[in-house]
Write a protein that binds this ligand. Structure first.
Ligand SMILES: *[C@@H]1O[C@H](CO)[C@@H](O)[C@H](O)[C@H]1NC(C)=O
Ligand SMILES: *[C@@H]1O[C@H](CO)[C@@H](O)[C@H](O)[C@H]1NC(C)=O
Ligand SMILES: *[C@@H]1O[C@H](CO)[C@@H](O)[C@H](O)[C@H]1NC(C)=O
Ligand SMILES: *[C@@H]1O[C@H](CO)[C@@H](O)[C@H](O)[C@H]1NC(C)=O
Ligand SMILES: *[C@@H]1O[C@H](CO)[C@@H](O)[C@H](O)[C@H]1NC(C)=O
Ligand SMILES: *[C@@H]1O[C@H](CO)[C@@H](O)[C@H](O)[C@H]1NC(C)=O
Ligand SMILES: *[C@@H]1O[C@H](CO)[C@@H](O)[C@H](O)[C@H]1NC(C)=O
Ligand SMILES: *[C@@H]1O[C@H](CO)[C@@H](O)[C@H](O)[C@H]1NC(C)=O
Ligand SMILES: *[C@@H]1O[C@H](CO)[C@@H](O)[C@H](O)[C@H]1NC(C)=O
Length: 805
């Protein structure tokens, strides 16, 4: 009966107070004041409020903090999460220097458990950061603060981690359900073992591990926050700062088992989810088991053993996901007296740092020797983003939770210890298997009848003759799919050297020892077959020292592959943009030779081959380098051939890469050899400056690299552009000429741009007076509407658009 009465009284009181918007309208309480249900404290800047709340359909009430000025009640902190009020009215007050929640009958529901030592009077105050603090009057030292006792939400200024000195931990714990603030199953905290890493736990099982941050640096995490990491003998924690102090941002461990990053959208009046983890199935902690690498292939999780390891499961590698829990074990155990070495695994999130050691004064070579010298050392890596910084991390024992990086992580290279026989093993193993038996097929008119041929092939030597015109006859070697598969270790992830617009590229070695690059067209690509035929025919006809040579192709069922000569030095982007991939810088002489070489290759495509070929996707990653650093243009998948007089074509499908596409191509879908000239100009400026056009940032303006170059050119300060990494002495006139040629090539009007033959003349001649460039096209970073933007997920993507014309 009493309960009924008091709860009725409570309800009407609550209703009344809500109706009248009754509040104390202060941000603090002193010792002689108290706050009852229905009343609020509001922080001075009006960002947060403190009050009692209940969730839907429940008579349980809690003291909590939520945002003040937004329509949805988003709770960021709860005091009595495990002991709700459910009967008579609650009250918040200060008692003997302690903050307490009591009901009418004096029963306590929560306390800050602080005791002030003296009889000094204390005040509690809600700060504009969302922090509720308790302090002596006229003092700024906090006796207690809610930021030290987070619930499920991390606000800017809060910490996650450890205060070693005080033995205090800051961690987040999810609610039990959407409606119940009771401590749930998920927590997000810093694993105190090993290197400080944030981990998401479900009860006591690790579910997700964030990327380790070795530098101890503060980085701009996204456009909204700067993420802070502090690690010293006193404390280790993560925290964050807002770029815009007025923005409303929260990190949260959701009861659904996700770590989420939300920002309030003032337009839609809703929370926007910026980011959540785990975001794909490879983020789930160590899902592939020990010593395996997780990789997402066509949206499906796949596990691969590290080099030198085999699946532990008895079923062997043919079952669907054999490494699911058991992981991988060493093929041959180390015995620490036989010869050993390391195999490199590229682009990974480094293994969990539990049994590890770190040394910041070792070079990578010292690291290798150090690891070899300790029998239990299984791998090492360079931890920092910058290659210039010395440092090394070693792992001992099993390697856990490795994945091939997604865009959210800055990838690293892992060096995995293997026995020496493993280092030479691949080529030996391959040699025994394939016996070449040359069967010559002379078939196929017009394009190909590749289909008929595959059944009759045996081994390597099948040849396919392509008649591309009446008088021309090309012999295009056909490779057997079995052999290609063996050459590439069954298309192992470790053989993957790149990802082109239409599929991955693998490195391989033929039984005769020749190294090859295999472009495997993705089966899901609907344009695949046409692009493939196009590329095969084209390249079969093209022979130039600045074009990558096609050795043959391979077709079987849905499988379509192109086999190229292998370029040991990889693509130009790793040299020109060393920051992102850790490549080394180039001397000016090499840079200049590359510019001239690419110009020659492009000129050949435009004019000297019998057809006019427009590349349409010229960019740094499509320029490969042979062992002598000679440039060779690759990826003709999107090229088109034309009759002599068809210089323009209006296309319905826009294919290319942002940052390199000319304005007329992106906006109107018109392309011509001048669109390639534009891309070439971008490439020249990128090579000279050592920066990507698209990712170029300048503190003073929003121009991309083209705009920046143009500004400096107009101001007569173009030499400021020169890559600071460049060696001390270089021919300034030559560099300036390249900048001018680059600017001429990226002029807005296609007619103003020079042809590639003029470009070569200009590059070649020291005395020739070059024309003054006009304003470049696309000097602002502007993306036209209606194009599918996916650039957040990758540094550089090839886009495809079907225009509804
Ligand atoms: C507490 O605040 C009230 C209202 O501002 C004031 O009247 C009272 O004197 C204060 N008491 C103490 C102990 O400071
Ligand atoms: C609250 O109760 C209503 C009516 O019983 C029900 O439809 C609704 O799903 C409940 N809401 C929650 C969150 O439990
Ligand atoms: C109120 O809480 C007490 C103790 O936590 C519990 O025994 C009781 O069942 C609760 N009453 C309601 C109505 O939830
Ligand atoms: C997790 O907790 C359960 C039950 O409390 C316990 O049996 C188990 O050993 C714990 N696991 C770990 C890894 O601590
Ligand atoms: C990172 O930020 C914290 C807090 O703002 C600061 O104390 C620390 O010095 C910063 N570290 C670096 C390397 O800038
Ligand atoms: C938890 O996640 C769900 C699903 O993403 C979302 O709807 C909900 O708003 C999240 N909870 C909070 C408190 O943000
Ligand atoms: C260690 O390996 C080497 C080379 O493989 C071999 O000669 C030697 O017998 C092995 N020693 C032991 C103890 O297995
Ligand atoms: C790091 O390596 C250097 C060089 O080998 C060595 O002198 C130093 O003692 C090492 N530091 C630690 C902390 O192990
Ligand atoms: C190898 O490294 C581990 C871990 O640091 C250490 O405990 C062990 O003593 C080392 N062994 C040798 C032979 O140096």
């Amino acid at each position: 009966m009493r309960l009924l009465v008091s709860s009725t009284v409570f309800s009407s009181l609550l209703a009344l107070s809500l109706m009248l918007g009754l509040c104390v309208c202060m941000d603090s309480l002193n010792q002689s004041q108290s706050m009852s249900e229905g009343e609020r404290l509001i922080s001075a800047g009006g960002k947060f409020q403190l009050g009692f709340f209940n969730t839907d359909n429940s008579s349980n009430r809690y003291l909590g903090i939520w945002f003040y000025n937004i329509p949805s009640k988003t709770i960021v902190w709860v005091a009595n999460r495990n002991k709700p009020l459910n009967g008579s009215l609650g009250l918040l007050k200060i008692e003997h220097g302690t903050l307490v929640i009591q009901d009418n009958s004096g029963q306590a529901y929560w306390s800050s458990n602080t005791r002030s030592l003296s009889s000094r009077s204390t005040t509690t105050k809600l700060l504009d950061s969302g922090n509720l603090v308790l302090k002596y009057d006229n003092s700024e030292t906090y006796l207690w603060q809610s930021f030290n006792y987070p619930t499920d939400t991390m606000l800017a200024g809060m910490k996650l981690g450890w205060d070693f000195k005080a033995g205090m931990e800051w961690q987040l714990t999810s609610w039990k359900s959407a409606e119940d603030p009771f401590a749930g199953h998920f927590s997000y905290s810093m694993d105190p073992r090993g290197f400080p890493q944030l981990k998401l736990f479900e009860d006591n099982i690790t579910r997700f591990r964030s990327h380790p941050r070795f530098g101890g640096i503060n980085t701009s995490f996204d456009s909204v926050i700067t993420s802070i990491f502090v690690y010293d003998s006193q404390e280790a924690y993560f925290s964050y700062d807002l770029h815009d102090q007025n923005s409303l941002v929260r990190f949260l461990v959701n009861y659904t088992g996700k770590v989420q990053h939300y920002k309030w959208n003032t337009q839609t009046l809703d929370w926007t989810l910026l980011y959540e983890s785990p975001s794909d199935s490879c983020e789930e902690y160590a899902k592939c088991g020990p010593n395996a690498v997780c990789v997402i292939v066509n949206a499906v999780r796949t596990c691969e053993c590290l080099p030198g390891y085999v699946s532990k499961s008895a079923e062997g590698p043919d079952t669907l996901d054999p490494w699911y829990s058991g992981g991988c074990i060493r093929k041959s155990p180390f015995n620490c007296s036989g010869p050993e070495g390391f195999k490199r695994v590229k682009r990974v999130k480094l293994p969990d740092l539990v049994l590890f050691e770190m040394n910041t004064s070792m070079t990578l070579k010292e690291c290798e020797n150090m690891c070899l010298g300790n029998c239990t050392c299984t791998a090492y890596a360079h931890p920092f983003e910058s290659r210039d910084k010395k440092g090394c991390v070693f792992w001992f024992g099993d390697l856990l939770d490795i994945r091939i990086s997604n865009a959210e992580y800055e990838p690293r290279e892992l060096f995995v210890r293997v026995v020496a026989s493993e280092l030479e093993g691949n080529s030996k193993r391959r040699k025994g298997v394939v016996v070449a038996a040359a069967v010559i097929l002379s078939v196929c008119s017009a394009i190909f009848c590749l289909w008929a041929s595959w059944r009759r092939r045996r081994g390597q030597g099948v040849r396919l003759d392509v008649h591309a015109g009446e008088e021309e006859k090309f012999e295009l070697p056909m490779f057997d799919v079995v052999m290609i598969s063996q050459a590439t270790n069954n298309f192992s992830h470790f053989n993957k050297i790149g990802q082109g617009g239409f599929g991955p590229v693998y490195k391989g070695q033929l039984p005769n020892g020749q190294e090859i690059a295999v472009k495997r067209l993705s089966e899901t690509s609907s344009q695949g077959l046409n692009e493939f035929k196009n590329e095969a025919v084209l390249i079969a006809k093209l022979q130039h020292r600045n074009l990558v040579k096609l050795l043959g192709c391979c077709i079987e069922g849905q499988e379509r592959m192109l086999v190229y000569e292998y370029m040991p030095n990889g693509s130009l982007d790793s040299f020109v943009f060393p920051g992102t991939t850790g490549g080394s810088c180039l001397l000016w002489r090499t840079k200049f030779n590359i510019i001239v070489g690419v110009a020659k290759g492009l000129l050949y495509l435009h004019q000297d081959s019998r057809l006019t070929i427009i590349h349409r996707d010229l960019k740094a990653s499509n320029v490969l380098l042979d062992s002598k650093m000679n440039p060779k243009i690759s990826d003709f998948g999107m090229a088109r051939t034309f009759g002599e007089d068809q210089f323009l074509e209006k296309t319905k499908r826009i294919v290319g890469t942002y940052g390199y596409m000319s304005p007329e191509y992106v906006v109107d879908g018109i392309f011509s050899i001048k669109s390639d000239v534009f891309s070439f100009g971008v490439l020249v400026l990128e090579i000279v400056c050592g920066k990507r056009n698209r990712e170029f940032h300048h503190p003073d303006h929003n121009f991309n690299l083209l705009g920046h170059t143009w500004n400096l050119w107009v101001e007569g300060k173009a030499h400021d552009l020169i890559d600071e990494q460049m060696e001390d002495s270089f021919p300034l006139a030559e560099v300036m000429r390249c900048i001018q040629v680059g600017l001429l090539c990226v002029q807005k009007c296609p007619e103003d741009r020079p042809t590639m033959s003029s470009v070569l003349l200009m590059l070649d001649s020291e005395s020739m007076r070059l024309p003054q460039p006009k304003k470049p096209g696309f000097y602002l970073e502007r993306i036209p509407d209606g194009i599918n933007r996916r650039e957040n997920t990758a540094k550089e993507i090839t886009i495809t658009l079907l225009e509804g014309r």
